[in-house]
Write a protein that binds this ligand. Structure first.
Ligand code: PMP
Length: 452
């Protein structure tokens, strides 16, 4: 009988060959850190709905879902029609279009704190712009981040991942940038209050509002109200990074769900319906830092310059309008949430039955599994009701377990992001049931191989 790894290699010869070729073109043969996978990643040929097919003809239920961009699944007809129609009319006008006005209109209608909008091409650009806007508005320099929260890879947000660490997560960022970042623990009320009271140079505080890494470490919601009050008091700009949570947790994102309104919000992924596109939105007085004025000195020296070839490009705008108008009533989100919950309930049941340590929990339609280490099962599979204290106490699944789990699940027809994923509105109960059957078999393979 083959091992999980042997089976993975047997099932994917064409992916292996492509990866060998890719190694000549890309460092590590990949184009995104989380696509780096041993012994080689799967090469996808096409996708539809909740499924994708690799170049060897294997079919998989997809829980990566465009890194969270595809709340409506792959190749949703509304998106396909909008983009097909638009590309016939041109993909770049080197100018303004009616589409960008309509796209921004959807954002302003749906996101409670959205007064005005500025489009960028990626979430990384959006967080870079939000921090720059905050610095220019407050005339201060420092940025407070929370441990393990991720905001893309621009220099402003790349530093220590937690206060306990002494080495930043990426080299290549000048010390002068690192010195402008202060990292405090997620839920560190005292630390946050102290920093804001003691350091008058804090321009902004940025947070993933459902908690670090797309809610892998779920937020304690009252902490957001505390954060709002503290930033109001200190005059620091509060930035919600809703790149993942925007339009997913509710049509108005996490802020629409919890009612705590930031000064600025960064959006990407769902906002552009699966095409590249992102935005900064929020207070008009802060975004006014980009405005030209009847003041030459302002325009030359004090205004924030913001070009960007693909800002609000017509294709992304058309996809964004199609996506936002489809999800505006909140039904797709509810559907995805319910399916994520069903999956996690099934996982928790399986873990109990098979006597495997671990748990599964959801925050909206984002779901996470801890495997091979004990953790308190969240009540009802829902993280807002997480038993344990939300925080860095959430145990981490070990590297070898993640690798065996992913290889094993791919072998049996489901693709995850490490041990979690993103549910879409087009997954079905059948998909979940099939996934649970595959999971039971994979977990038992892992037990047999001594990984679990
Ligand atoms: N912020 C968060 C919370 C993210 O998860 C990501 C990407 N996953 C980013 C920012 C960066 O977005 P992008 O990949 O579009 O640059």
């Amino acid at each position: 009988m083959s091992t999980i790894l042997e089976r993975y290699q047997e099932l994917h010869p064409r992916s292996a060959a492509l990866h060998a070729q890719a190694a000549a073109s890309f460092p590590d043969g990949v184009t995104h850190d989380i696509r780096y996978f041993k012994p080689f990643p799967i090469y996808v040929d096409h996708a539809a709905g909740a499924r994708k097919w690799d170049v060897d003809g294997n079919e998989m239920i997809d829980y990566v879902m465009g890194h969270g961009a595809l709340l409506l699944g792959h190749a949703h007809p509304a998106l396909v029609n909008a983009v097909t129609e638009q590309i016939r009319r041109g993909s770049h006008y080197g100018g303004c279009s009616e589409l960008e006005v309509e796209w921004a209109g959807w954002i302003r209608r749906l996101v409670p704190s959205a007064e005005v909008v500025r489009f960028t091409s990626s979430g990384t650009e959006a967080t870079m712009m939000a921090v720059r806007l905050a610095r220019a508005f407050t005339n201060r320099n420092k940025l407070v981040r929370f441990a393990h929260n991720f905001h893309g890879w621009n220099d402003s947000v790349t530093g220590l991942t937690s206060p306990e660490e002494s080495v930043p997560w990426s080299p290549g960022v000048p010390d002068s940038f690192l010195g402008q970042q202060i990292v405090v623990p997620q839920h560190g009320r005292e630390e946050l209050a102290r920093v804001l009271a003691d350091d008058p140079d804090v321009a902004a505080v940025i947070i993933e509002p459902t908690g670090a890494h797309a809610s892998t470490i779920p937020i304690d919601v009252p902490f957001l109200s505390f954060l709002r009050e503290e930033t109001k008091r200190s005059g620091a700009v509060l930035i919600f990074d809703e790149v993942v949570t925007g339009f997913r947790v509710s049509p108005g994102g996490m802020q629409g769900f919890c009612g705590v309104l930031p000064d600025l919000t960064t959006l990407a992924k769902i906002v552009a319906g699966g095409l590249p596109g992102a935005a900064v939105t929020g207070r008009s007085d802060i975004l006014a830092g980009i405005e030209f004025r009847a003041d030459a000195e302002w325009n030359l020296r004090r205004r924030i310059s913001h070009p960007g070839t693909f800002n609000a490009n017509p294709l992304s705008a058309a996809a964004g309008i199609a996506a936002l108008s489809t999800i505006a009533d909140g039904k797709p989100q509810k559907q995805a949430d319910a399916l994520a919950k069903r999956l996690c309930q099934g996982v928790n049941q399986l873990l109990r039955q098979m006597d495997i340590k671990g748990c599964a929990y959801t925050v909206s339609s984002m779901f996470h599994m801890v495997l091979g280490v004990g953790c308190p099962p969240p009540i009802d599979g829902h993280a807002w009701e997480w038993h344990g204290k939300p925080g860095p106490e959430v145990p981490e699944t070990s590297g070898p377990v993640v690798t065996a789990f992913r290889q094993g699940m791919i072998n049996r027809g489901a693709d995850f992001m490490r041990t979690g994923g993103m549910m879409s509105a087009v997954h079905t109960e059948r998909d979940i049931d099939e996934t649970l059957v595959a999971l039971e078999a994979t977990l038992s393979d892992m037990q047999r191989e001594g990984v679990l």
